[in-house]
Design a protein around this ligand. Sequence first.
Ligand SMILES: Cc1ncc(C[n+]2csc(CCOP(=O)(O)OP(=O)(O)O)c2C)c(N)n1
Length: 367
Amino acid sequence: MQTAEAGAGWQEDIFRILKAQGAKHIVYVPDAGHSTAIAMAEADSEIHSVVLTTEEEGVGYLAGAWLGGERGAMQLQSSGVGNCLNTLSLQVCGRFPLLMVVTMRGDWAEFNPWQNPMGAGDGKSARPDGRDDMAGRRARGRRSLTQRRGDHGVQRRFRLRTDSGTALDRRKAMVRSALDRREAVSRLLTGRQDLLVVTGLGSASYDVMAVGDHDNNYYLWGAMGSAAMVGLGLARARPNHSVLVITGDGEMLMGLGALATIALQEPANLTIAVLDNGHFGETGMQRSHTSQGIDLDRVAATCGFGWTREIRDIEGVDELRTRIVTREGVKFATIKIKADNPLRVLPPRDSVAIKNRFSASLGLATI
Ligand SMILES: Cc1ncc(C[n+]2csc(CCOP(=O)(O)OP(=O)(O)O)c2C)c(N)n1
């Protein structure tokens, strides 16, 4: 009895402190240790509480909320810190604050040995600047170079096997009915006014930059799979703005769980537009799942997005543009584009400056 009360007590304290410090967003993958605080967040109408499918979604979400001028925290267990590693580049490179309240597993008397690797490693994992262990990193770098060389051989053999008959026909049909990516993005952003735009890494960012740099653009250069969640956090923090995420099929596929998370939140002001060339264009045009039977708009529809479309013509892009500004429900579109690689138009790489510019344009103080 005494133990249970003590447990609930610290959780209540954590929730109260977070709220007192102005946290508006509590995002979590449940851990038993956080259950009281999660229940308090769920019951509090002033808090956006967001259940995630995986912890890295929380990293993107909280960066988005911060871009929109609001604070939050993630509650997770130590194994979830491991899930976040790559996305932490968002915090490091954009210098977004990130508060994670981590319940430790893999500590003294842990009964599940599978909790031990992350329990023992969390201190280092949460430091993606990785200032220690340089020798280990160099060794790992050599190994991954060998693996990369090996992988390319595998890809070539795989491509030869799959490029036969019907698959090839399907690809040709797709190319015939596909849009020019630069034209599609340019049309989508025409007359954008106060639209807030988040771009996934690589080609989608180059397309948006090719239209013209803008104070209300936030470009991701990494944290692959995070764009939709940054969009969600931003949309929740800025309900009176329309928020548009523009990303690639590969980037969206890496964060597919986000579609489930976003559908539950139903942000009426958020639209996700996936530029779908059926390939990982940036890395050498390897085929992605979307040219092999996976339809992202149908995944979004199944998750519960109220409006979804597969767009194959410029009229469809025009319709999407008019819908984005309505803020009448969460929307998802795949825009089928040609699998080509137009000249790269690189956005600025100083992600802190871009963040501060974005905040300033919303009238927010920058730090
Ligand atoms: C975690 C991670 N894995 C792999 C990569 C390498 N990578 C960079 S861009 C990219 C493909 C992006 O494909 P897509 O989003 O479809 O954009 P496209 O260039 O095809 O428009 C990949 C796999 C990465 N940056 N991060």
